[in-house]
Design a protein around this ligand. Structure first.
Ligand code: ATP
Length: 895
């Protein structure tokens, strides 16, 4: 179909849609059933069976299976089957863990699925982009990702970046006129927009011409980005560490085997014991548990309303030393209400709170009739006309949609009986120059019923005063004299010092003729009418979050496009800015412009508020802070924020107000746009890292203990203290559940009272390496002690001594796991505070008791029932590794 050649009516006809009301939901559902969902088909996924078998591809596991097969052939059936079962169980555990990790990553992907604004049954609403069908009418604006292939029917300054499709990174300018060319190339189809491309400027409306695989994007085979699992720095480091550990474990195992053989042990038994030891001691489960801990942490973050888009961010979060946050909506509620209006030297106040359209205007304390106050009425009327927000009265409740600043202006108008629908009966809208945060303005061109055409501009007052050459004063247009400029500035500062966000409104008569495309060419020589000041109260939870961050060594910096005074007033209320002289703590966009990154570096650490900044300043701030060695979290929502979000160590996008572009550049999305959520995510990030350290400590200390007990025994020319199946059992039971439970541990109380971690900090930093070696050494030693004591008591009953050693090893690990919960000492927190861990330990202990006492397991595990009196010895010895070193100087309380 040559949609590009058609006009609007032909388009609507051929796509069977109505350009005023869009499709009906019913028709859309029917069409979706016919053409399918608007999705690109994904590549092959690894099947569950393949994933299951991939658990057994580990070299040592293969050796073990081969060895088991040999022992089976040699007639050791029970051993062979038992080992097989344990290897199978181990594989299953790995399989379940990886499936869980995969599922949670998929759930994350679904959560950040893009949404589009669609016209259905005459109403604009947001739906998942996969529900779009051909014939749907979509509305899109700067920052949106186009959800399907569209033929554009309205374009306001529309520019779309199509590099995802064409590789061309310069955005193409779009329009809505038919293109006559029969067969234009993709790059020349400037009245079409394509799925997956990004709107970088302006806004528009289009009719969907193709969805899913039936789009330009769907046609390009191999372009579809497969979701690649990104390794986090810690995972990479652990991967390298794993290789070293494998070598060390293998080396030690070989020594154990050699020494055993030299000391007269049977070669076959030693071989099997060696392979089992290698399988047990090699921490092959570590990467999977790290992934699980990361993804479970990510799930917990979702519950706290933070979506992690890139897994490495989880770790970086724990290192953040500065949070640069937007003010509006993130630190404040973004529920704006106009409270003061100023024009021609006069200030009116407005009553009413929030999004309620009831309230009155007052001059001092006297209620006024707005119709009699011409300047006030004009100011409010223009505020409603130069506006894209919508307010509707539904079931006696006002529902609002759009930018809160604009909603506030709409409601201020409604309080004076002005509504857009009625006004549009008197004024025709000819063109819009959309708001952009670099210009800090928005304009519309309107014509009134007398045929007068003019421009209405609203925007940041300091910008608008510079663009104005006249002012409306006592109903007359006057040239801007220094006295009036002074008066306006005084009014701006006064409103701002009350923490009010201030919007100025101006106008200019326009002649007939073609309007310039660029806003800058028309937004000048304006006449200022006045100001509207609106409150935007701080979010109540932010103050506490700021002070918690401060205690955690994280500085909060406010970055805002708003006026310096407004920003400072709010920053003071939130504890970001202390009272007193502000010169060194506050920097505005103009001064920021004059500074190079190097100059900024000299002062950047002192600054707490950057006001009147444009999005491109954010990148400069990120660079300066990073050059000073900071790990920077930076928030943003618009297209222009994307470079800074990308450059920051943790780029954060807003879930509600954020554009698709900002979201895609980010590594973290705040579902509720709330600053306090950043703090919660940082806390969670720190906790996840600490939990990973906890189970690394636990697993490695256990493995050191297992190897050492065998090594010491062989060196002392003793019999094997543990038979292969026992070693494998210890590996399966103690490493499985308790290690996972540590991954779910609650943060230590002081987690937000420490300084941020250094990003280059090694896995074994802060005494962890020592703890692993010392505890591991002791676990090995006490297990050996238990074995020797019992063996010497009765050298003819080797299985009894081995069972005692087995029980001591298990118990020593199960007690040690509680010590791993704290970096300080086992006594610093309630050891039973993690209920998952308590249950994991209880079930592991019960399983141990089962293999010792239930007769059918005894021949399989080579165990015999232990007399209760010997449990005193076992428990006494197994408690030693944990309690002997608790409270030594290595466990000193850290700052
Ligand atoms: P933040 O604190 O998130 O940076 P901000 O809203 O102050 O928020 P911008 O959205 O970049 O930052 O707005 C900059 C300035 O532009 C505002 O202070 C206001 O004066 C003006 N402004 C904001 N929204 C509009 C709008 N819809 N139309 C016209 N001017 C606006």
């Amino acid at each position: 179909m040559n949609y590009h050649q058609m006009n609007e009516d032909e388009l609507a006809k051929s796509l069977h849609t109505n350009k005023v009301t869009g499709l009906s939901n019913k028709l859309a559902d029917e069409r979706r059933k016919k053409v399918g969902r608007n999705e690109l088909s994904e590549g092959e996924k690894q099947s569950a069976i393949l994933l299951f078998f991939s658990q057994f591809k580990d070299f040592m596991v293969i050796v073990l299976l081969a060895a088991t097969l040999i022992s089976g052939l040699l007639g050791e059936y029970v051993d062979a089957v038992a080992i097989m079962v344990i290897v199978l169980l181990n594989g299953m555990l790995g399989f379940i863990q990886e499936r869980k990790a995969e599922k949670s990553l998929q759930a994350l992907k679904n959560l950040s699925a893009p949404q589009v604004t669609v016209l259905r049954d005459g109403q604009w609403s947001k739906i998942d982009s996969k529900d779009i069908v051909p014939g749907d009418i979509l509305r899109f604006a700067s920052g949106d990702r186009i959800g399907a292939d569209l033929r554009i029917i309205t374009a306001n300054n529309l520019e779309i970046e199509e590099s995802a499709l064409t590789g061309e990174s310069i955005p193409s300018v779009k329009h809505s006129d038919p293109i006559l060319d029969e067969n234009p190339s993709l790059g020349d189809l400037n009245n079409m927009a394509f799925m997956g491309t990004m709107v970088t400027r302006g806004n528009g409306v289009g009719i969907v011409t193709g969805t899913g695989m039936n789009t330009a994007m769907g046609n390009i085979a191999g372009m579809i980005e497969s979701a690649q699992a990104v390794m986090t720095p810690l995972q990479r480091r652990l991967d390298q560490l794993g290789k070293i550990l494998i070598t060390v474990a293998l080396f030690l195992t070989i020594i154990v085997v050699l020494v055993g053989v030299i000391h007269g042990h049977d070669v076959y038994t030693m071989f099997l014991a060696g392979v089992s030891l290698a399988v047990a001691a090699i921490p092959e489960g570590l990467p999977a548990i790290v992934t699980i801990a990361l993804s479970l942490g990510v799930q917990r973050m979702i519950r706290k309303k933070a979506i992690v888009r890139k897994l490495p961010a989880v770790e970086t979060l724990g290192c953040a030393s500065v949070i640069c946050s937007d003010k509006t909506g993130t630190m404040t509620q973004n529920k704006m209400t106009v409270t003061h209006v100023w024009s021609g030297g006069k200030t009116w106040t407005v009553s009413g709170t929030g999004y309620e359209a009831t309230g009155d205007y007052f001059d001092q304390d006297k209620k006024v009739d707005v119709e009699r106050e011409k300047a006030l009425q004009q100011l409010l009327t223009f505020g409603v006309l130069c506006n894209n927000a919508e307010i509707k009265l539904e079931h006696n409740k006002l529902s609002v949609d759009g930018d809160p600043t604009e909603v506030a202006l709409m409601i201020a108008g409604a309080k004076a009986g002005l509504d857009k629908k009625t006004l549009l009966g008197q004024f025709t809208l000819e063109k819009e120059y959309p708001f952009d945060s670099a210009r800090k303005m928005m304009s519309v061109v309107v014509k009134n019923s007398y045929g007068d055409r003019f421009l209405i501009t609203k925007g940041a007052p300091d910008v608008l005063t510079l663009k104005s050459e006249a002012i409306l004063w006592d109903g007359k247009r006057k040239a801007f004299s220094p006295r009036q400029i002074d008066e306006v500035n005084k009014a701006i500062n006064q409103l701002a010092s009350m923490a009010l966000r201030t919007i100025a409104i101006a106008y200019k008569p326009l002649k007939e003729g073609v309007l310039p495309e660029r806003a800058d060419d028309v937004e000048q020589q304006l006449t200022l009418i006045g100001l509207q000041g609106m409150i935007d109260p701080p979010r109540p939870e932010v103050q506490a979050a700021v002070s918690e961050c401060k205690a955690a060594g994280i500085k909060t910096v406010m970055i805002t496009g708003d006026h310096v005074e407004t920003a400072c007033a709010i920053a003071e209320q939130l504890g970001i800015l202390s009272s007193g002289p502000k010169e060194t703590k506050v920097l505005d966009g103009r001064k920021l412009n004059e500074l190079s990154v190097e100059d900024l570096e000299k002062v950047v650490e002192d600054i707490s508020v950057f006001a009147r900044v444009s999005p491109e300043h954010k990148l400069k701030i990120v660079n300066a802070l990073q050059n000073k060695g900071h790990i920077v979290a930076m928030t943003g929502d618009g297209v222009n924020d994307a470079p800074a979000i990308k450059a920051a160590d943790i780029g954060i996008a807003m879930g509600i107000t954020g554009t698709d572009v900002a979201k895609e550049a980010s590594s973290l999305i705040l579902l509720d746009d709330n600053f306090a959520t950043i703090k919660a995510a940082i806390k969670e990030g720190r906790n996840i890292y600490e939990n990973i350290r906890k189970f690394i400590r636990y697993l490695l200390a256990s493995n050191v203990g297992e190897i050492l007990v065998m090594l010491f025994a062989m060196l002392l020319s003793l019999p094997l203290p543990l038979v292969p199946i026992q070693i494998l059992w210890v590996n399966l039971v103690t490493d499985g559940l308790p290690a996972m439970a540590l991954g779910l541990d609650q943060p230590e109380e002081n987690v937000m009272r420490r300084h941020p971690r250094h990003p280059k900090e090694g896995v074994f930093a802060r005494g962890l390496g020592w703890k692993i070696l010392s505890r591991g050494f002791l676990i090995g030693l006490v297990t050996l002690a238990a074995f020797i004591i019992i063996y010497q008591r009765d050298p003819n009953n080797l299985p009894y001594a081995q069972t005692t050693a087995f029980a001591t090893l298990v118990m020593a690990q199960l007690i040690h796991v509680f010590d791993c919960r704290s970096e300080i000492s086992i006594f610093s927190r309630n050891p039973f505070g993690n209920k998952y861990l308590v249950w994991a330990v209880i079930s592991s202990a019960l399983l141990m008791v089962a293999v010792i006492y239930i007769p059918i397991f005894q021949p399989i595990f080579h165990t015999v029932a232990i007399e209760w009196i010997d449990w005193m010895l076992i428990l006494g010895l197994s408690a030693m590794p944990t309690f002997l070193l608790a409270g030594t100087f290595f466990s000193r309380k850290r700052k």
